[in-house]
Write a protein that binds this ligand. Structure first.
Ligand code: GLN
Length: 471
């Protein structure tokens, strides 16, 4: 059920938050042994809070807060006071959050009940949730396959019917790509729309938290509750920061076709073309556009992101947080703790990041990548003068088999359509666009709508018109 349906029933009294919460935990008990979406659940507290919500609905009815009694799962790089925040890393295995992230405070104020923590790629580095120190999550639609990543636990939790909404974080596609693989809706906001205070940082100039839901209307509701200026995060923006991006009756969609020239599975492309036909059939306009700089997006991302990772992860030194391995002197404590605490992908990115930031290579790599980023932004600004929205497949393939992408570069290529969005700071929405078959199993694939800066509401409008209306 989606949030709107749940709320209607909670208000009418045909279903109580308490009864629904029992269902949530029975779904988890039934399915999560095979899926492993959750690292932790908070059953006793959640049921207690559901009882309070039930009483509050009886008293307040439709005046109850917007998310009252709605169960929410949080990716485990989001701080929830008193609970483990591991980022699926051994180095934070026993780390307990000392405060709530701003988005958690806002969800709680709206009445949401946080029911558990979801699995992820370690420190959000990956696209399959196979990089978790606590075992991979499986795709609930086919447990031989990955759910995508890095917010794979959050996508799987929604797709398996455990929760109507789970929160993920998106640094290069980690909300949208798992949404595509699991057949749910995923939203990455305009950079700065949502506070990063209380999120374990990956790439600070790229990270944004976003919802994974069953409908676009639900994603919009949850985003609106989480977003807004936050004195604790100086990069947050006021709602009127960008020129008004109007919602329209019909839209002009731009398709960067040459960007798809290689690497997209033929049947995914066919689904995408069918989607474009649908858009024109209901009165929208679809035009070809060129975004030549976007082809350099993946390369620029895999320089900028590791640079920021190497800096952000310097704080995990065996002294201040989590795991501490003994050593003969301070340097040895740092080295031993980081050697024992970080997994292979995290180490690879720290090494890469340190390298591209080193004095001899800064100009050649990091400086160039930042230039590419500026060029991409300029290119986008030009394109958005003539189109309202850019449309691409969310990912070039459906969910792959666990273990199939053992080469890091082939894993990185899954991010080709999602990383330009983070590099430029614009918003993007992934919604299901049908299925393609692999080994006799129909697997979902997503379409990605990219808006101009501040175009979050426009994307929700497009999503509601083109997806929710078909449900
Ligand atoms: N798959 C991308 C990466 O590994 C995106 C990760 C993310 O958005 N957190 O960097």
């Amino acid at each position: 059920m989606n949030i709107t349906q749940l709320r209607t029933q909670f208000i009418a009294g045909t279903l109580t938050p308490t009864a629904y919460m029992e269902q949530v935990f029975s779904v988890i008990a039934d399915k999560d042994t095979a899926v492993n979406a959750f690292l932790d659940t908070y059953k006793a507290e959640a049921i207690e809070q559901a009882k309070i919500a039930t009483a509050q609905y009886a008293e307040q009815g439709a005046l109850a807060p917007a998310l009252l009694g709605i169960p929410v799962a949080l990716k485990n790089n989001i701080l929830l006071q008193g609970k483990k925040a591991t980022a699926s890393s051994k180095i934070l295995e026993n780390y307990i959050a000392t405060y709530d992230a701003t988005i958690v405070t806002r969800l709680k104020e709206a009445g949401a009940i946080i029911i558990g923590a979801t699995n992820m790629d370690e420190f959000a580095m990956g696209g399959s949730t196979e990089n978790s120190a606590f075992g991979p999550t499986k795709n609930p639609l086919d447990v031989t396959r990955v759910p995508g990543g890095s917010s794979g636990g959050s996508a799987a939790a929604v797709a398996m019917g455990a929760v109507p909404v789970a929160i993920g974080t998106d640094t290069g596609g980690s909300v949208r790509q798992p949404a595509s693989y699991c057949g749910v809706v995923g939203f990455k906001p305009t950079y700065g729309a949502v506070s990063r205070y209380g999120l374990i940082a990956m790439g600070s100039s790229l990270d944004q938290a976003g919802p994974l839901t069953n409908t676009v209307a639900d994603a919009e509701l949850v985003h609106e509750i989480m977003s807004g200026l936050d004195p604790a995060d100086a990069t947050t923006i006021a709602e009127d920061t960008y020129p008004n991006v109007p919602v329209k009756e019909t839209y002009t969609f731009g398709v960067p076709r040459s960007f798809f020239a290689s690497g997209v599975d033929a049947d995914v492309l066919a689904q995408f073309e069918a989607k474009l036909v649908e858009l024109t059939a209901v009165g929208h306009t679809v035009v070809d556009i060129e975004l030549p700089m976007f082809e350099a997006g993946l390369a620029a991302y895999y320089i900028v992101m590791p640079a920021e990772v190497s800096s952000n992860l310097a704080r995990f030194d065996g002294i201040r947080y989590g795991l501490s391995a003994p050593g003969d002197n301070l340097l040895a404590v740092y080295e031993n703790s980081r050697a024992a605490g970080f997994g292979a992908e995290v180490k690879r990115r720290i090494l890469l990041g340190t390298y591209v930031l080193s004095s001899g290579y800064y100009d050649a790599y990091y400086g160039k990548a930042e230039l590419v980023r500026t060029k991409m932004r300029e290119e986008l600004a030009e394109v958005f003068k003539t189109v309202d929205c850019i449309v691409t497949p969310t990912a070039p393939t459906p969910a792959f088999v666990v273990g199939a992408q053992s080469d890091p570069l082939s894993m990185y290529s899954q991010d080709i359509f999602t990383v330009p969005v983070n590099l430029t700071g614009v918003p993007a929405l992934s919604v299901p666009m049908g299925t393609v078959e692999r080994d006799g199993v129909p697997l979902p694939v997503g379409v990605q709508y990219i808006g101009p800066h501040g175009g979050d509401s426009r994307l929700f409008d497009i999503g509601k018109k083109t997806y929710d209306s078909t449900l």
